[in-house]
Ligand binder design. Structure first.
Ligand SMILES: Cc1cc2nc3c(=O)[nH]c(=O)nc-3n(C[C@H](O)[C@H](O)[C@H](O)COP(=O)(O)OP(=O)(O)OC[C@H]3O[C@@H](n4cnc5c(N)ncnc54)[C@H](O)[C@@H]3O)c2cc1C
Length: 386
């Protein structure tokens, strides 16, 4: 575990950042356009990232991770998103909403079975809470787990599940109403992907994140044993909301990385594109945009590292994670749009990463809590509402 000054990365964090940056530039950048165009999930690249330790950055070494802490985890996700948001969300969601709940709430047996291979990059996991009927209202979930012969039998459907249907996907944590607990309260269950009745549907055709796996899941009499329950029975909302706090730091890190990548693309183009006899970067309308973006990205990065540093220190993170995710995701959308604007007509043509970054940015203000919901979370932390 590293200690982190909030303003400067440690030598260890910088070394990890450089390793991932080098890998992303050499092994991901040359393929990102093709994966995006063909909607390919890059299985081999995710395996290679596993070999580099990128799938288990913050998990303790005893559970197969690097033990490098939450700031290092954010830095890794940021570096990946600077090049390819699809790879970043695959890695980020795997660690934060699939691995982290098992670390925090799992039994020793669950950790050995699911977390250790996840942290080593041998398999990936998913977390399914959102349903076709709604995502923001977590407690309105209708998927049911019925108790039968010492097992739980799941029926229902989940929408927009990341990492649930790839060759590497081994399990999905599912929120469901467990009828036997007396109140039909939510619980979380770990469902192995090969279980009969676990039915991943065809991947969605998404606006962006084309190379990440997102599907609807159907559960049709899907039977899992008693020890599939993760955390206390009837306390699934707590498991989910705790996972979401960490997940929001991940989305904030993705946002910072995407915004940084967009800024670098815009700067390079603004220095080389000539209009009215000079590089467009000389125009105040252009360099003010770039200066504004730099300022906003620096602020988003500090908010993100601060939330991660608080997590690393074992402090409460609900407010810090929501603030970081709200701000950073809005900055990412702005950066992607300004990048496209600065590229003029070429920004609209699928021959550079510019339109891909534009399409990939928008979901950042939606996943793991929309901007509207995050304002409720922050207002509640401010004691403005119950
Ligand atoms: C690519 C992708 C990947 C995803 N991956 C996962 C995943 O792995 N696991 C998972 O569980 N989910 C996942 N999601 C789902 C995501 O978390 C939800 O889409 C999100 O939480 C919003 O839920 P919803 O889409 O049902 O919108 P709704 O909850 O129906 O909201 C619709 C709109 O109404 C607004 N709204 C809702 N309630 C209020 C309110 N009280 N006040 C003000 N405005 C409100 C929302 O902000 C939004 O603008 C993913 C989504 C996408 C697009």
């Amino acid at each position: 575990m590293t200690t982190c000054s909030m303003f400067e990365l440690t030598d260890e964090q910088r070394a990890l950042r450089d390793t991932i940056r080098e890998f992303a530039e050499a092994e991901i950048a040359p393929h990102a356009a093709e994966w995006d165009e063909r909607h390919v999930f890059p299985t081999e690249t995710i395996r290679q990232l596993g070999e580099l330790g990128a799938m288990g950055v913050a998990f303790p070494e005893e559970y197969g991770g690097l033990g490098a802490g939450a700031v290092a985890q954010a830095v890794v996700v940021e570096e990946l998103a600077r090049i390819d948001s699809s790879v970043a969300v695959t890695v980020g969601a795997n660690a934060s909403i699939a691995g982290e709940p098992i670390l925090l709430f799992g039994t020793e047996e669950q950790k050995q079975r699911w977390l250790v291979p996840l942290a080593r990059g041998e398999h990936i996991g998913a977390f399914a809470s959102t349903e076709p009927g709604g995502g923001s209202d977590v407690r309105a979930a209708t998927t049911v787990a019925r108790r039968e012969d010492g097992c739980w039998v799941l029926n229902g459907a989940k929408a927009f599940t990341t990492n649930a249907g790839t060759d590497l996907s081994a399990f999905c944590i599912v929120t469901a109403r467990t009828e036997a607990d007396g109140g039909g309260a939510l619980s979380t269950l770990i469902v192995p992907t090969g279980t009969p009745g676990y039915e991943p549907q065809k991947p969605y055709r998404k606006l962006g994140w084309h190379a990440s796996d997102t599907r609807e899941l159907v559960f049709a009499d899907c039977r899992v044993p008693d020890d599939a329950v993760l955390g206390p029975l009837g306390k699934g909302a707590r498991v989910f909301l705790t996972a979401l706090d960490g997940g929001r730091i991940g989305v904030a890190a993705m946002s910072v990385g995407l915004a940084q990548g967009a800024l670098e693309q815009a700067m390079a183009y603004a220095k080389e594109r000539i209009a009215f006899g000079a590089p467009i970067a000389r125009q105040q309308a252009i360099h003010f945009k770039l200066a504004d973006l730099k300022t906003q990205i620096e602020a988003a990065r500090l908010l993100t590292y601060r939330a991660a540093a608080l997590k690393e220190a074992g402090q409460p993170i609900t407010e810090a994670a929501a603030v970081a995710k709200l701000f950073a995701s809005e900055v990412a959308v702005r950066a992607a749009e300004e990048n496209l604007q600065i590229h003029g007509g070429f920004g609209y043509i699928e021959e550079s990463p510019v339109p891909r970054f534009y399409r990939d940015a928008k979901v950042l203000t939606i996943g793991e809590g929309t901007s509207e919901i995050l304002k409720y979370v922050i207002a509640r932390q401010m004691d403005l509402i119950a």
